[in-house]
Design a protein around this ligand. Structure first.
Ligand code: ZN
Length: 271
């Protein structure tokens, strides 16, 4: 097996097409599972796009057949299984919570381009984007409450983008939601054929990039504030604390000791 870190292969690719910056998760052989290196590079890529005045819109995509299968649980098991509360808090606050909110708060319009699996940590970052364009083979799932006994993933964006009742069904059952169903509930903006995904996402980005950038920036700020005044940011912050507690329960520990990645793999594969 190739050691990606030693080979220094970038796990994030960036490409500019006019005023559009395409940031893509580049670990297709692992279904774009998010390890520490990938997340650190993702944060750096968003930071660079923020500071580059030539960039007006960002597309967040995934190379290969899947957008992202979520956090790299194999790495989590190997490196962080015995983390103390303090160590886990620091790791997850920076890489899962703060990096996610960095995308939410990114001062330019963002579009997630989603195909195949968009699961757990993948679901989390896709939903930090302003818009989602999905291919008809995309599916969404957050099975971790079902399979790992944690309180969902670190950022509980679900009720805000799905509605409360769907979010409960989604998390209680660990179900897969199709792209068509996700569009029906308003979580996804557009669904297109797989071969049209990149073009359709680019067309939407180009349309948005025609608008004056400061106008877009303050429009986004106001739209996001309409969620803040409803308490979204406080609710997300409170959930992060609850999620940390769920990493220390007897339920979670017994599942962890059997192997995190095996548990989630069987759940993702069984559909
Ligand atoms: Zn966690």
């Amino acid at each position: 097996k190739l050691n990606e870190t030693l080979m220094n292969q970038p796990l994030i690719l960036t490409k500019d097409i006019g005023a559009i910056r395409r940031i893509s998760l580049n670990r297709p052989q692992a279904r774009n599972a998010q390890n520490q290196q990938l997340l650190d590079e993702l944060s750096a890529a968003f930071n660079a796009a923020k500071n580059d005045d030539a960039v007006r819109v960002v597309i967040l995509a995934g190379e290969g057949d899947h957008f992202s299968a979520g956090h790299d649980l194999k790495e989590a098991q190997e490196k962080r299984a015995n983390f103390t509360v303090e160590q886990r808090w620091a790791y997850e606050e920076l890489r899962y919570f703060d990096y996610s909110m960095q995308i939410w708060d990114f001062p330019k319009p963002t579009i997630a381009q989603v195909q195949g699996a968009c699961v757990a940590g993948g679901f989390m970052i896709a939903n930090m984007c302003d818009l989602i364009v999905a291919s008809d083979d995309a599916f969404f799932s957050d099975p971790v409450s079902q399979t790992l006994a944690t309180a969902s993933v670190e950022v509980l964006i679900h009720p805000w983008v799905m509605g409360l009742r769907k979010a409960k069904e989604f998390l209680y059952t660990g179900m897969r939601m199709t792209a068509a169903d996700a569009k029906e509930i308003g979580m996804v903006n557009r669904v297109v054929a797989r071969q049209d995904l990149e073009t359709a996402t680019m067309e939407l980005a180009e349309r948005i990039a025609q608008a004056a950038p400061f106008g877009m920036k303050i429009t986004k700020k106001s739209l996001n504030r309409s969620m803040d005044v409803q308490g979204m940011r406080d609710a997300l912050s409170a959930h992060f604390d609850t999620h940390q507690l769920s990493h220390m329960t007897e339920e979670f520990k017994s599942i962890r000791d059997k192997g995190l990645s095996n548990t989630i793999k069987s759940s993702v594969n069984k559909g």
